[in-house]
Each structure stands twice: as C-alpha cells, then as structure tokens.
Design a protein around this ligand. Structure first.
Ligand code: ADP
Ligand code: MG
Length: 267
C-alpha cells in the first residue's frame, strides 16, 4: 500500500487542474470556448454531452452557467480545467482550478490540511502549506476550526474549506461546479453573499455552474443559459446591476424571469 502522504497527493491532483501555461504570451485571456463537441462512448452507445457549445469569460469576469441536469455543465468545467479534451471545436483558457460538484474533503484531515491540499499537490511541505492556509481560514470565517475534521464542520463551513482549497491553487480562473447546491436554503443565501463579497475583494475569472437562476443573477456579470443535452448556449443575459444585489430587487427578478423563459420553464 502506498504511504498515506502519496495517497493524499494523488487524490489532490485528481481535483486540481494539471499545471498549464497561459496559451498566449500577452497576458490573461480568460476563457474562450468555440463550437465545442464532447461525446462519451459508453457500452450502450454514444452520449453527446455538448454539441456546438460556445462561451467566453473575460479576465476578471464572473460568468454563471445555468442549464438542465445532464446538459454538460460539469463536462464544460472539466474542459476548461484541461481535465478533458474536446472532440470538436476549441477550448482556450488561462490556468483554471476546479471546485468539483461534491466537496471531496478528505475525512481524516483537518480543515487546514484540507484547505492546503492544493499547495501540497504542488510539492509544498506540509507545515509550510498549513502556514500559508492559516490566515485564509480566518478570513473565511473558520477561526477556531483550523483543527476540525470535515465531520465536525457545518455544511457551509465545509464548502468554504473546499472553496479555499480551490482558491489556494493560485490559478487565475475558478471553475465552480454547483458550489452551494447541497446546502440548506438559509446557508445557501449566506454563502452567496459571502462569495459575492469575497470576489469583490479577490477578483478572479469565474465560471460558476448553478441550477439556481437567482444565484446566477445575484452573483454574475453575465448569465449563459444552456439547452438540454447535448448542451449549447441558447441565451446570454448581461447583468449590468450594481452590487451587492438582492434576490428581491425588481431588476434581479426581471432577469430571473428572462433566464427561466430561456430555459423553457413555463411562466
Ligand atoms: P451536468 O453537469 O449538466 O448535469 P454532465 O456534464 O455531468 O452534466 O453530463 C452530461 C452528460 O454526459 C450526461 O448525460 C452524462 O451522463 C454524460 N457523461 C458525463 N460524463 C460521462 C462519462 N465520463 N462517461 C459517460 N457519460 C458521461
Ligand atoms: Mg454536473
């Protein structure tokens, strides 16, 4: 059996993007996806997950992606992070870190070690990685829980640790896969507010997958609406509203209605 340390590193690598170089020397480009197809070959035949999917995220832009279950949203994020290759079309992206749909915290590690996993995956020794993570845990409202294991944390705290791990990967692009879907409604609201203010302080290029249309409008600069599988963009809504936004703001409600209409949900 491999040593536990080696095991941790292998698991950590599985959730982080491999080291990538920006694909242009001119500086950050954000994300540029053009006419991407992705087909999975299964024992029961081919499954077209994405067909002609296009999406842009400018550097520093927050783009939310909404679409029905199974339309290829997680696949899209893995393509952005270089964890999958497209079968057609092109994917260009600055280096990106994935926050996977399930939090994937390691149950035997405390909050600090879990947050520091991305650093250890790149070879930083444990104590140094913990040291680097510590001030962030405090900033993330986790002071006093540095040594708590995932089972001792609330759902919202676990998500913050998972998010911190993604942030500490140090990549200019964050690919967030339904980060709040598993939380109860109140915690979800609290976490949305928290993420909004965090991104105001620590701007990143963000592709946020969510099935919560209000969350998309409250957090994003732009909302991309996808078709059912095979997924492609069917609508794009610019959200030119000042922040912080509230889900009851009339402009937010109006944009939510437009997004739901684009999703084909009867109004
Ligand atoms: P979403 O995140 O929007 O719910 P996914 O990207 O997870 O959708 O999946 C899109 C489609 O591709 C689904 O039909 C799913 O079953 C299929 N799919 C995803 N990953 C694989 C895989 N590794 N092998 C086979 N089919 C897959
Ligand atoms: Mg998914």
């Amino acid at each position: 059996m491999p040593a536990k340390g080696a095991n941790i590193q292998a698991r950590a690598r599985a959730v982080e993007a491999p080291a990538q170089e920006p694909r242009s020397p001119e500086g950050p480009n954000g994300v540029r996806i053009r006419s991407v197809d992705r087909v999975f070959v299964t024992r029961r035949g081919e499954v077209a997950a994405l067909a002609g999917m296009s999406l842009d995220a400018a550097p520093g832009e927050i783009v939310a992606v909404v679409g029905p279950s199974g339309c290829g949203k997680s696949t899209l994020l893995e393509l952005i992070c270089g964890l999958q290759e497209p079968d057609g079309g092109t994917v260009e992206a600055d280096p990106a870190a994935l926050m996977p749909q399930r939090d994937l915290l390691l149950p035997w590690l405390d909050a600090t070690d879990n947050a520091a996993l991305a650093l250890r995956a790149h070879g930083t020794p444990r104590e140094q990685a913990r040291e680097a993570a510590r001030p962030w845990l405090e900033r993330f409202g986790l002071a006093g829980f540095e040594r708590s294991r995932p089972a001792e944390l609330s759902g919202g705290m676990r998500q913050r640790v998972a998010f911190l791990r993604t942030l500490l990967a140090g990549k200019p692009v964050l690919a967030l896969d339904e980060p709040f879907a598993a939380l109860d409604a109140l915690t979800r609201l609290e976490m949305q507010g928290w993420l909004g203010s965090l991104l105001a302080r620590e701007p990143r290029t963000v592709v946020l997958v969510t099935h919560d249309v209000e969350e998309a409008v409250v957090l994003a600069d732009r909302v991309v609406v996808m078709s059912p599988r095979p997924g492609r963009t069917v609508a794009e809504l610019a959200v030119g509203l000042s922040r912080p936004r509230h889900r009851t703001d009339p402009e937010v409600v109006a944009l939510r209605e437009r997004a739901l209409e684009a999703l084909g949900i009867p109004r």
